[in-house]
Design a protein around this ligand. Structure first.
Ligand SMILES: NC(=O)c1ccc[n+]([C@@H]2O[C@H](COP(=O)([O-])OP(=O)(O)OC[C@H]3O[C@@H](n4cnc5c(N)ncnc54)[C@H](O)[C@@H]3O)[C@@H](O)[C@H]2O)c1
Length: 335
């Protein structure tokens, strides 16, 4: 089976590609290799996939906003499943560069839908499923926990969340209008080896190793449902085989949470990280930024009912695996 992964040079896209290549699949990847964070890290991920997959991994630098190139590449790769992971991520970066969210998450996502529509029309037997990344951030001002897929998501507190919710709505419409089988996966704070330099595991671990203070929002009273990357990969691949069916009332579109179902307080999480790294964290207690959600907590009942599986990696073992990769990687980068 052939897969197309957008954002293949990114943290989750590369992890998905690795698992699929290990399982003997053919993977086409695309990414615009933008410089939101280290381009060298993105290129390293691609090099690893090339080494692992040989001629079963094909990569091309394509921007989602370039409709013609995107259409050409999908036509060339003829995937059965499209795993759409490319996006401008992060809730805070939108304060600096809001345009990037419109470029990648609105124009880019819309182009993906149009390309899927055309590809499905031309190759109805080949194309099976469009699976795309959404986020726990869209629960925004929702105060009820754990978050269920049916909860109110009409109060996003960041532009990132608003664009991701717009993606879900646009996809629902394409699914309804063109009978496009599509699944949204709402990820809850993903961490693990080859992670993102802008996310807390990397930021906190590097600060601890360098004896720098860690900015701790809301004096450490924020809660996150950290989910290990291998669990995200397993969930996405299982869901990609679980194609939504059209019913009398609903188009073939579904939304699933993939989260660890066990939120942890930020302060406790930092202490755990310090313990694993064998150093006492230095804390810089700060106020609550308006873009942050107070607590993320995934209800995974829908996921469990659909595929009989839910994430199971404990934070301790996931953080240990992250540290085993991060410490030598970071030390080498600095030298
Ligand atoms: N990591 C998390 O905790 C998390 C949580 C919730 C949702 N998500 C979502 O999961 C997906 C993957 O996230 P990630 O953590 O791997 O992020 P990432 O930034 O590491 O990966 C995204 C990749 O997409 C590429 N990209 C961005 N805009 C593009 C464009 N216009 N054209 C082509 N490529 C483009 C980037 O270069 C990057 O390599 C994203 O959609 C993100 O919003 C991630």
């Amino acid at each position: 089976m052939t897969y197309l992964i957008t954002g293949a040079a990114g943290f989750i896209g590369a992890a998905l590609a690795e698992k699929l290549l290990r399982d003997g699949k053919t993977v086409y990847g695309l990414d615009n290799l933008n410089d939101y964070y280290s381009v060298a890290l993105k290129q390293e991920r691609i090099e690893q996939l090339q080494q692992l997959g040989g001629d079963r991994f094909i990569f091309r630098k394509v921007d989602l906003a370039n409709y013609t190139q995107l259409l050409e590449y999908v036509g060339e790769s003829q995937p059965a499943v499209i795993l759409h992971m490319a996006a401008q991520a992060s809730v805070r970066h939108a304060l600096k560069n809001p345009q990037a969210y419109c470029h990648s998450n609105l124009v880019g996502h819309f182009n993906m839908l149009e390309v899927c529509r055309q590809y499905q029309e031309q190759h109805p037997k080949k194309f099976k499923h469009f699976v795309y990344a959404s986020t726990s951030s869209i629960y925004g001002g929702n105060e009820k926990t754990p978050f269920e897929e049916t909860d109110d998501v009409s109060r996003p507190v960041s532009l990132y969340a608003a664009t991701k919710r717009a993606d879900e709505l646009m996809t629902y419409t394409y699914s309804h209008t063109f009978n496009l089988p599509a699944t949204a996966v709402r990820f809850f704070t993903v961490y693990g080896p080859w992670g993102r330099p802008d996310m807390s595991p990397w930021l906190f671990a590097s600060a601890i190793l360098d004896n720098r203070p860690i900015p701790v929002f809301n004096h450490g009273d924020l809660w996150r449902d950290f989910t290990y990357v291998d669990d995200i990969v397993e969930g996405v691949i299982r869901l990609s085989d679980h194609i939504p069916q059209k019913t009398e009332k609903n188009p073939p579109h579904e939304i699933y949470n993939i989260g660890n179902n066990q939120p942890i307080k930020l302060l406790d999480y930092i202490q755990k990280m310090g313990k694993i790294l064998g150093k006492e964290p230095i804390l810089d207690l700060q106020e609550w930024p308006p873009t942050e959600v107070y607590k993320t907590y995934a209800d995974t009942s829908k996921l469990e009912t659909a595929i009989g599986w839910k994430p199971s990696t404990s934070l301790e073992s996931g953080l240990q695996k992250f540290a085993d990769w991060f410490v030598p990687y970071y030390t080498q980068q600095k030298s």
